[in-house]
Design a protein around this ligand. Structure first.
Ligand code: ARG
Length: 588
């Protein structure tokens, strides 16, 4: 139920504003005695040259004279019109809507016919998959699902870092110090080892750098030997990356890495040159961006080789030709903000307006107070280590709880459940706050079964599931029956009106009803945490409802509604967790 639009329609006959204009003005009152929604009259006062207080009184009187079903009362408080919802109507309509739309609840098709490109993850070949890549991967995959929930066609892109002079170095290093057995067993670590060794040795022997440059030149020229080795490094890295993607349930539609765009660069350079945008600077070719207050963008190095920025320019041109994107989104850390500003500015200067539809979605840093994951001495923290640690710690917690409650979970179920809870806990922490905030890794907080955590969502979900299973007398491991049509028919405003339902039931349904708007806002701001916050509020409201309401002991008519509320909670939590990439568990 979109109450903003309901109220807007109610007010329209009395004010000279459109539905959208009224909806945009509506506010959530800070206190319960100011109702469920409030309309400020300041704007109207300006137009009508009347006191906003008088306008509010008149509007309240007009609506009261013709009170629609969904409202209980309307009154004015100073310059505001306060709307109090009819709670029976609100509960029944929302519950019905949620349980009918089920897995689709919360979605809409505002984005229909438009394509959004989401580039995320984009790790570097032959380098470890570290926490920074976890951040982009988790955020990006959620944004992809969120855009889809609004009807957009989404193309998921993994812009692999598979090109550049470092591959010349790797080839030289492999020839000199490569250990074939180690490469088979632990490819990325072995590639990293020889890469580090290259840099140590090159300090003593500069001829290594020359050799590396010539290897990279051969690679750029498509020579068979170098291309084969490079492909092998890439394939080996992808085996490891795919193992991680499977655990995170992440996928891509297009895996074109930087190497793919390398061949398309000459055309871009030619285009910039013909538009007189290229200038020479210390032997290199740059585009000056003085008017934009940005440093020049380096397009070709002095030796004629291409660089990161030119590959991005070529990639955008290619993407626009292929997909005619409405938006081209980059989920990449904040340190690359300048790079993207420059790339978009160059395109804009070259007359490509689609540059305005390119968006850099940045994110903060991850910090580890825990000595075990210290990042000192340039060490990076690997995502896989974090996932394993989270899963192991979760298994211990479940084992302890299990013994305490004498629940009989087999070791296999514990392992499976711990994987779901542990991985989801990591997913949660990356989406818990605004993405530009730094994350401080605190295991206690991450794995807490209460509070602002992934396990708390799963715990609440399983609690709601377990009441339903008890009520229907179905074992925890079996699925619930589909919603009963008799139930659906019985839950209407008139039937709910006379029932004895408490405030916390209404408060819970109010939180559930905010879910659709949370999805829309999350997309508007490219912030999955808006959904996280909404789900967390639902959990808090559910746990209050659970404590205050003897659901299973209620009289039949009440129980029917309370169980439907539990079902709706399960549904919204499941839908929302799916958006965030998290798994649900039926018991924990
Ligand atoms: N591979 C880069 C890194 O790991 C990120 C790539 C970002 N995407 C882009 N189109 N430049 O830092």
């Amino acid at each position: 139920m979109n109450y903003k639009s309901l109220i807007a329609k109610t007010l329209m006959p009395y004010v000279n504003l459109s539905e959208a204009e009224i909806a945009a003005l509506l506010e959530n009152p800070p206190k319960a005695d100011l109702g469920d929604s409030a309309f400020p009259c300041f704007n109207l006062a300006k137009i009508q040259h009347k006191s906003p207080v008088v306008i509010a009184q008149e509007l309240a009187a007009s609506v009261t004279a013709n009170l629609p079903d969904y409202l209980q009362t309307v009154k004015s408080t100073g310059p505001y019109v306060n709307f109090f919802y009819n709670q029976a109507y609100f509960i029944s309509e929302n519950i019905k809507e949620i349980n009918t739309a089920a897995a689709h609840y919360g979605q809409n098709d505002t984005g229909k016919g438009q394509t959004v490109l989401l580039e995320y993850s984009s790790p570097n070949i032959a380098k470890p998959f570290h926490v920074g890549h976890a951040f982009t991967t988790i955020l990006g995959a959620s944004l992809a699902r969120l855009y889809e929930s609004q009807g957009y066609k989404v193309v998921r892109l993994n812009h692999l870092g598979d090109y550049g002079t470092q591959f010349g170095k790797l080839i030289v290093a492999y020839e000199k110090w490569g250990d074939e057995a180690a490469l088979q067993k632990d490819p990325i670590n072995e590639l990293l080892r020889i890469y580090v060794k290259f840099h140590q040795e090159a300090k003593k022997d500069p001829s290594l750098e020359t050799a590396a440059r010539s290897k990279f030149k051969n690679l750029e020229d498509g020579k068979e030997y170098e291309t084969k080795l490079w492909q092998r490094f890439k394939d080996l890295s992808l085996v490891e990356f795919n193992r991680i993607y499977r655990r995170l349930h992440v996928d891509f539609d297009c895996w074109n890495g930087e190497s793919f765009y390398s061949n398309l660069i000459p055309a871009v350079v030619e285009d910039l040159r013909s538009k007189h945008l290229l200038e020479e600077s210390e032997g290199a070719q740059v585009v000056r961006l003085d008017e934009e207050n940005l440093p020049p963008c380096l397009v070709l190095k002095s030796d004629g080789t291409t660089i990161y920025a030119s590959r991005d320019l070529a990639a955008i041109m290619y993407r626009y030709k292929r997909w005619h994107f409405a938006k081209n989104i980059y989920v990449v850390g904040i340190p690359q903000a300048l790079h993207f500003k420059q790339v978009f500015a160059v395109l804009k200067k070259a007359g490509y307006d689609f540059a305005d539809n390119c968006v850099h979605v940045g994110f903060g840093l991850v910090k580890f107070p825990d000595a075990k994951f210290s990042t000192r001495e340039g060490k990076v923290v690997l995502l896989e280590d974090l996932l394993n640690e989270a899963v192991n710690k979760t298994a211990e917690i479940i084992r302890a709880n299990n013994a305490e409650r004498q629940q009989e979970m087999s070791e296999a179920e514990i392992a499976q459940t711990a994987e779901k809870i542990g991985v989801s806990a990591i997913m949660y922490i990356f989406q818990k706050s605004g993405r530009e905030r730094d994350i401080v890794f605190d295991w206690q907080e991450i794995l807490s079964f209460e509070g602002d955590s992934g396990p708390y969502l799963q715990y609440t979900y399983s609690r709601a599931q377990s009441i339903l299973h008890k009520a229907y007398n179905i074992p925890a491991t079996e699925p619930l029956p589909a919603t009963d049509t008799a139930d659906a028919a019985a839950i209407n405003a008139a039937a709910v009106q006379g029932l004895n339902l408490n405030e916390s039931t209404y408060a819970l349904v109010k939180e559930l009803a905010k879910y659709s708007e949370a999805l829309t806002l999350a997309v508007k701001q490219n912030e999955p945490f808006v959904v996280t916050r909404c789900l967390n509020s639902i959990c808090r409201a559910f746990n209050r409802f659970y404590t205050n309401t003897p659901i299973l002991k209620a009289a039949d008519a009440e129980k029917r509604v309370l169980l439907a509320v539990c079902r709706a909670t399960v549904q919204v939590l499941a839908n929302g967790m799916q958006m965030l990439g998290m798994d649900t568990v039926d018991r924990m």
